[in-house]
Design a protein around this ligand. Structure first.
Ligand code: KMH
Ligand code: ZN
Length: 274
């Protein structure tokens, strides 16, 4: 029996706007509702960002607390993963605001890169500091890898003891400035993987569902949602991240893999029961 697939829903991110799609949630209540709907559709984990009422990216602890309280208040057992990447231009202090009580995982971005026309800064000392905070809080890191050299940073963090299992790796492919979302690149990155690692692919834009299908066939996990992609097909906006999760569930079943429940995802990822 193939390993169950952990579907992570990235329901808002820091970049997409309501001008691009009316389905993009901003208020904590909207973000929580999007997460709960994604969980009902088959996601086991939610990757969280927050927004100010006008849509600007927020790493305010109060916003994250409210989102998590509302998710749990709705009875959802989703694994809660908070972004420490935030938005380009934020300080590390600001980015760490997301790691509130109730978070179970936190992202750990593996390097500096061009991010569209901006620069997403993750100096090695910044990464070490964020890794340390995740460890102090007992959170499982999700290492965000956008380019091949970032796997060397992952290896360095492991060698130096800044990072240890359990951790999860997310290959975020198709960011302008990072590696393209292609089968060749995924296979190349997997060859260079340090062990042990669970991995997932998040394809940006129109590559989201093809990358999910590829990851499913290669034994990986998948991330879908409006953070990375607003469309279900060419020119057709998704009604919400839950619609993209439903499509990923269909792809999973076609590949002979059942979606993991949140409890199963915790077992696979080594996340202690909250
Ligand atoms: N918004 C990107 C600059 C993460 O969540 O850790 C960073 C990002 C990664 O979204
Ligand atoms: Zn993110």
């Amino acid at each position: 029996m193939a390993e169950k697939v952990i579907i992570t829903a990235a329901v808002v991110g820091a970049e997409v706007t309501r001008a691009q799609s009316p389905a993009v949630p901003y208020a904590p209540a909207e973000i929580a509702a999007a997460a709960v709907a994604a969980g009902r559709a088959g996601a086991a984990c939610v990757h969280l960002h927050a927004r100010w009422p006008d849509g600007r990216a927020s790493q305010e602890s109060a916003h994250f607390r409210e989102i998590i309280d509302r998710i749990r208040g709705a009875g959802s057992d989703l694994v809660i993963q908070c972004s420490t990447g935030g938005a380009v231009g934020m300080s590390v202090d600001e980015r760490l605001g997301s790691l509130v009580d109730g978070a179970e995982m936190g992202t750990l971005n593996m390097g500096t890169m061009n991010f569209g026309d901006d620069v997403f800064v993750n100096r090695r000392p910044d990464i070490v500091r964020i890794a340390g905070r995740l460890r102090e809080r007992g959170l499982v890191p999700e290492c965000e890898v956008y380019d091949a050299g970032m796997l060397e940073t992952l290896r360095w963090l492991l060698e130096k003891g800044h990072l240890a299992a359990p951790y999860h790796v997310q290959l975020v492919l198709g960011v302008p400035g990072g590696m393209a979302a292609s089968e060749r690149n995924v296979r190349f990155l997997l060859e260079a993987f340090p062990e042990p690692a669970h991995w997932s692919v998040a394809g940006v834009g129109r590559f989201q569902l093809p990358m999910a299908e590829l990851a499913l066939g290669l034994g990986g996990h998948v991330r879908v949602g409006l953070e990375d992609n607003l469309f279900v097909s060419k020119g057709v906006l998704a009604k919400g991240s839950d619609e993209l999760v439903s499509l990923a569930v269909g792809l999973a079943r076609k590949a002979g893999r059942e979606p993991a429940t949140p409890a199963e995802a915790r077992r696979i990822l080594g996340v202690p029961r909250s």
